[in-house]
Unconditional design. Structure first.
Length: 152
């Protein structure tokens, strides 16, 4: 699944609210407010990261500061969730290629190979059906052959 990400700076100060007296409670309330606002827009909280950032200090020097970021994500619109299947008003016409009947697992699969150029000799009942038995031409293959008994 594909996602879009949104990264915002974490609040650095607490937010006053009724009943919140400690700095920790006010800070937690500030983060909760930001998270709930983005959740209303469809963003899911993923994680908080602290990353280094180079900043200018004065005219010629730089310093490194660490910033805490909140990472949110939501599924991309072009993902599978955006795919809406639509029902067809009429059933599609069957195609000649899809009308061919396939044997079920209980039915034996017969070879539909073309016969050799020279006619093969007829098999006798004593000879059985071995690898030298003739292959029936396509017109002589029964439409629904009887299932053969399984030997166990």
């Amino acid at each position: 699944m594909r996602y879009h990400y949104r990264v915002i700076p974490a609040p650095t100060r607490g937010q006053k609210a009724k009943g919140l007296k400690t700095p920790e409670a006010r800070f937690a309330h500030a983060i909760e407010t930001v998270m709930n606002e983005l959740a209303d827009e469809g963003w899911e909280y993923l994680r908080a990261d602290t990353l280094p950032s180079e900043e200018r200090q004065g005219l010629t020097s730089t310093s490194q500061a660490f910033r805490t970021l909140l990472v949110f994500r939501r599924p991309a619109e072009e993902g599978l969730d955006a795919f809406q299947p639509k029902l067809l008003e009429t059933a599609p016409e069957p195609d000649a290629r899809t009308e061919t009947r396939r044997p079920t697992p209980a039915e034996p699969v017969l070879s539909r190979a073309k016969p050799a150029a020279a006619p093969a000799p007829a098999a006798t009942p004593e000879a059985g059906a071995g690898p030298d038995a003739p292959v029936l031409p396509e017109a002589e293959v029964p439409e629904n052959p009887a299932p053969s008994p399984r030997s166990e």
